[in-house]
Write a protein that binds this ligand. Structure first.
Ligand code: NCD
Length: 360
């Protein structure tokens, strides 16, 4: 039995298998209509969501399974002070599999360590969002016919955008990927992703603040919204919120085969006029998300009877995680644990992956 906290919990071969399975499901949906009959998915969303929650639920129904849902932290025992670990143990008594979204970074990992059912991370703060990445990968595969040798631009809030972090983790495993990181200085990609994923992979990357300069060379443009809810100062959000707006005019700079992706929700960073452009793929992504979640649920339910997979949980180094959004700041008696990245030589919190200061 295993949980999916990060897209790296899936091998490249498993990603290929999931893509194949999702395509198969889309071609023969009736053959899968009973595939999860008698099974229950619990969805626990402690942060707003439309697509992710509904697509998990639609996925489970289309597999013939059932859904138990808690529609928000305010209506669950979290509001009474229940820990994530306790909630996960309770869910394990009712459901066969769970999808969890939580504002604290590392919360899904905490839940998976406590649960005796597979847990899927449906977004933990600004950290990871692996199932959005599954939707993104299927979309890229369908649009381009491959996942390697692509120049991918990421534009907007690269600091707090968890979908960006997860997709970079995934794309860094495909040879020939080139990353173009487009953001204002204040919203640049965190070091643990830039150094620990991109530089470590040896793949080419560049950082720029100019969408206009980057656009002509891209195969994929992954637009993101500025993540208002993760800013510590409201005025910083106000200053940065209109950093990038992709208009029909700017689309003239993009190549004729440049696919535009966005995890949604959009605020104003893509003009509605771009929606009719054949290169706009963001609503196709939504549909692909449901198919990939169906494939993932099937994979995890198939493995659910085998013993729980053990993770590398680091050690108590005497450090305290400095990330104010880390689950260690709120979860009762959760031990501080760190691993040392062999490439960057920095200590990383096992829960949220934030780095402490460099060791050397
Ligand atoms: C994203 C998320 O929640 O991180 N949305 C989604 O799941 N499709 C992107 C976002 O909120 O900006």
């Amino acid at each position: 039995m295993r949980s999916i906290i990060d897209v790296l919990d899936l091998s490249v071969k498993e990603l290929d298998d999931l893509i194949r399975q999702a395509v198969d499901i889309s071609e023969r949906p009736r053959d899968f209509a009973d595939a999860a009959r008698g099974k229950k998915l619990a969805t626990l969303f402690f942060e707003p969501s439309t697509r992710t929650r509904l697509s998990f639920e639609a996925a489970m129904y289309e597999l013939g399974g059932n859904v138990l849902s808690v529609p928000g932290a305010a209506l669950s025992s979290a509001a009474k002070g229940e820990s994530v670990s306790d909630t996960a143990k309770v869910l394990s008594c009712y459901a066969d599999i769970a999808a969890i979204r939580h504002p604290r970074e590392g919360a899904a990992l905490v839940a998976s360590e406590a649960a005796s059912i597979p847990v899927i991370n449906a977004g933990d703060g600004g950290h990871c969002h692996p199932t959005q990445t599954l939707a993104d990968l299927l979309t890229v595969h369908r649009e381009k016919g491959r996942l390697d040798s692509l120049t991918v631009g990421f534009c907007g809030d690269l600091k707090y955008g968890r979908t960006v972090h997860s997709l970079i983790n995934a794309m860094a495993r495909y040879p020939g990927t080139k990353f173009v990181l487009i953001s204002p200085e204040e919203l640049k990609l965190p070091a643990y992703v830039r150094e620990g994923t991109i530089r470590k992979s040896g793949l080419a990357f560049c950082e720029t603040a100019s969408l206009e300069e980057a656009l002509p060379g891209l195969d994929i443009l992954y637009m993101t919204r500025i993540q208002r809810e993760r800013f510590e100062e409201a005025e910083d959000y106000e200053r940065l919120k209109n950093s990038y707006i992709l208009t029909a005019e700017k689309m003239k700079l993009a190549g004729e085969n440049c696919s535009i992706l966005h995890p949604l929700p959009r605020v104003n960073e893509i003009s509605v006029k771009v929606d009719d452009d054949p290169r706009a793929c963001y609503f196709k992504q939504v549909k692909n998300g449901k198919l990939m979640r169906m494939a993932l649920i099937l994979m995890l339910l198939r493995e659910a009877e085998s013993p729980k997979e053990k993770r590398e949980m680091g050690e108590d180094t005497g450090d305290v995680c400095q990330n104010l959004r880390c689950i260690t700041t709120t979860e009762q008696e959760l031990p501080q644990r760190f691993t040392i990245d062999p490439f960057t030589h920095r200590k990383k919190c096992v829960w949220c992956e934030a780095e402490t200061k460099p060791l050397f």
